[in-house]
Write a protein that binds this ligand. Structure first.
Ligand SMILES: [Zn+2]
Length: 399
């Protein structure tokens, strides 16, 4: 591979670091051991300082002599819980390397990239590079529960000029992402004996009609070409199990995906409008209902509690922005492709770029579709290109 930025020892180091992370369990809420591994990696970087912050991230900062921009690079260390264990052909925590692929739960999504960002800065530091400004590395918990919720204090402290989320892009430059929300429709009707069904107000029927109406309206296409979609993901009726009883209440939950033209209120309104329509159509008395975001109640591995709505906005960093153009120039210096892509899933970029308006790009190891799959893997080639690309981007932004 063409480059001068990462040494052969650096590539060996990133393989070893990624393997160690693959072998360390880090299910959301239990990331403590993996955070310690990340902290150990950060401690090996010359010249900076590292620590664990109150919301449970391992943080590294390297302040240069001059007051240039602050570049924050984030990777989430948590993984989803292991599923389909008997279907894996490699031990999900064995650190197996086979045919150039490193296997492990959460390795693509996205522990490998934490190894890549640490070794990228480690190698730059070893070569004598001093940032014109500041670089901050974050290995964060709880992304699989609520994207970016634990980054608030870090962002407050460092006020980053630019950010990179290292969710998988296979070492390509991503500059946008759809938003995500979880919305609940809570319906209160009136329970009655099923033999006297018209004396009741059926909360399940109302919920089912709203689901069916939404399915007629969505997905919608907007001029930014991003699809706005709403889908029912579950429904609970009460009483359950029902003994010859018309259900008096129901809770229906929806997953929404949308572009940066949508806001908190516009997303909620889509469901309220349809529920209103169904309500007006009701023969006899209509149930009452409320539409709201599902609350995300987070308790991090180190006991920090956070209560927020499950709303993660979309983001879109313009192609012509300084960040995107600088990153493209950087990738060209190490002969990596500089064409632009976008995330289909949701990332901590929703907080960094969507909420906090920090110009953000995505750049990480592995491919997005491999996330959450049986036999999750990252190729060592992708890991190496990502390490090289991140080193080039850090050097170019902070030169
Ligand atoms: Zn992820």
């Amino acid at each position: 591979m063409f480059d001068e930025l990462i040494t052969a020892a650096g590539y060996e180091k990133v393989d070893e670091a990624a393997r160690k992370l693959a072998m360390t369990k880090s299910e959301t809420g239990r990331e403590g051991d993996a955070i310690e591994v990340a902290l150990g990696l950060f401690n090996e970087i010359e010249g900076g300082r590292s620590y664990i912050d109150r919301q449970g991230s391992a943080v590294f900062e390297l302040q240069g002599d001059s007051s240039g921009p602050t570049l924050l690079i984030d990777g989430h260390i948590d993984s989803i819980p292991l599923h389909s264990a008997s279907s894996w052909s490699h031990d999900p925590f064995g650190g197996d390397i086979c045919d150039g692929k490193l296997f492990g739960l959460g390795i693509c999504d996205q522990k490998a990239s934490i190894a890549a960002m640490a070794v990228a800065v480690m190698e730059l530091s070893k070569s004598g590079f001093t940032p014109n400004g500041r670089v901050v590395l974050v290995a964060s918990p709880a992304e699989e529960q609520m994207e970016g919720a634990v980054l608030a204090e870090i962002v407050q402290r460092y006020q980053p000029t630019y950010a990179i989320t290292t969710e998988p892009t296979d070492a390509k430059l991503f500059r946008s992402q759809r938003g995500r929300a979880k919305i609940q429709l809570s319906v209160t009707g009136r329970a009655s004996h099923a033999g006297h069904a018209r004396r009741g107000v059926n909360a399940a029927l109302f919920g089912a009609e709203v689901i069916a109406e939404l399915a007629k309206v969505f997905p919608k296409k907007y001029e930014d070409d991003l699809e706005f979609d709403v889908n029912c993901i579950d429904m609970i009726t009460d009483p359950y199990p029902s003994v010859s009883t018309i259900p008096g209440s129901s809770l229906i939950r929806f997953d929404a995906r949308f572009g940066s033209n949508q806001s908190r209120s516009s997303v909620l309104k889509e469901i309220s409008v349809v529920a209103d329509l169904v309500s007006k159509r009701c023969k006899g008395s209509a149930p009452s209902f409320t539409v709201s975001f599902v609350p995300a109640n987070i308790e991090t591995w180190n006991g920090f509690e956070n209560h927020i709505d499950e709303f993660a906005p979309a983001w879109d960093t313009p192609s012509q922005s300084t960040l995107v153009q600088t990153a493209k120039d950087a990738l060209e210096t190490v002969a990596l492709p500089s064409d632009e892509g976008f995330y289909s899933f949701c990332t901590n970029g929703s907080y960094l770029a969507g909420e906090m308006r920090i110009p953000t790009i995505g750049f990480g190891a592995g491919e997005e579709h491999v996330a959450h799959q049986v036999d999750e893997y990252v190729t060592l080639d992708s890991l190496h290109r990502t390490t090289l690309g991140l080193a080039a981007i850090v050097r170019q932004i902070l030169k």
